[in-house]
Design a protein around this ligand. Sequence first.
Ligand SMILES: C[S@@+](CC[C@H](N)C(=O)[O-])C[C@H]1O[C@@H](n2cnc3c(N)ncnc32)[C@H](O)[C@@H]1O
Length: 335
Amino acid sequence: MSFNSLASHRTATIGGPGHPPYSLATGAGSAMDSTSLGYDPRKVYPENGRFYQAWPRGKYLFPCDDVEGDRLDIFHKVFILARNGQYLSAPLDHPGEKRILDLGCGTGIWAIDVAEQDAAQPVFVRGVDLALIQPDMIPRNVEFVQMDIELPWQSMGRDSWDVIHMRTLIGSIYNWRMLYDQVIDHLRPGVGRLEQVEIDFTPRCDDGSLPPTAEMVSWANDLFDAFDAHGCSLRIDSLRTRNLLGEAGFVDFEEEIFKVPVNGWHPDPTQRELGRFLCLGLTRGLYGMSLAPFARMKNMSLEQVMAKVEKVKVELADRRIHAYCQVHVWKARRP
Ligand SMILES: C[S@@+](CC[C@H](N)C(=O)[O-])C[C@H]1O[C@@H](n2cnc3c(N)ncnc32)[C@H](O)[C@@H]1O
């Protein structure tokens, strides 16, 4: 396989430096810091021992460091296993090169896998993200661009994308209706499809083995509250999404829901493997996911955040608790 360097793509910044208002946490700088003082889009800033994206400062609540990159890559495995090996269910109907846009692509693992998989069909994949955390060596048919997808899209190719994909962006987006409006405008009329994959961190259980007082229940509720306080919900609401997509003009809405065990408690070997990966991802990622939301929005000390996370980890290791989370896949078409 031939590769080219990411470096040539990294200079591109689509969307411009201005940002819509959003709530800024205590301790975080203001968005103006990173824009008016000549922002460096590659800059990160340290906070409580983790690194966060400095452009735009304070907007995104999860870190952008290597530990978080590991979490994202482990979750990638979870999503692919949960979907029975499927990366994309949208049919690629029209002949010729397929253009796929991945919004908030994170480490780029999904975009690269999709570009490498489809040897039979020519595919071009563009991943966009606030953070430049993608690898340097990438396949020729992939590019990564730094962009805030909540700003007006410039030079993104209206009517040109076969699929616009996003995964786990709930908790990142302040105005979903505005984003869906831009997505529909950039899909190919008639055939272009949106595919959105989200995880609902609410722990669920069908056999009563998860007490309502469980630490993981309290953790999820606190996390949802903290994101609410930040002005950017982490709650999954399928009906709301369906309505927003309909208002934006999408048709053929479909939803798939997959159960993902939180550890290896399940008797079925495939579900057990899936659960082990989610457990690994959560164990690796819980602290990073909790730190800024709890410290900034709930005024918790680092020790309090750590103690809470450790209690959840103990439950995650307990296979007598038959808890699971749900993965939602939403699909819709531009008419
Ligand atoms: C939870 S991660 C998911 C990454 C990737 N989609 C995956 O499934 O592995 C969310 C990603 O969205 C990016 N992000 C958040 N808000 C964004 C925005 N307004 N514009 C572009 N990217 C954004 C973050 O930098 C982060 O990489």
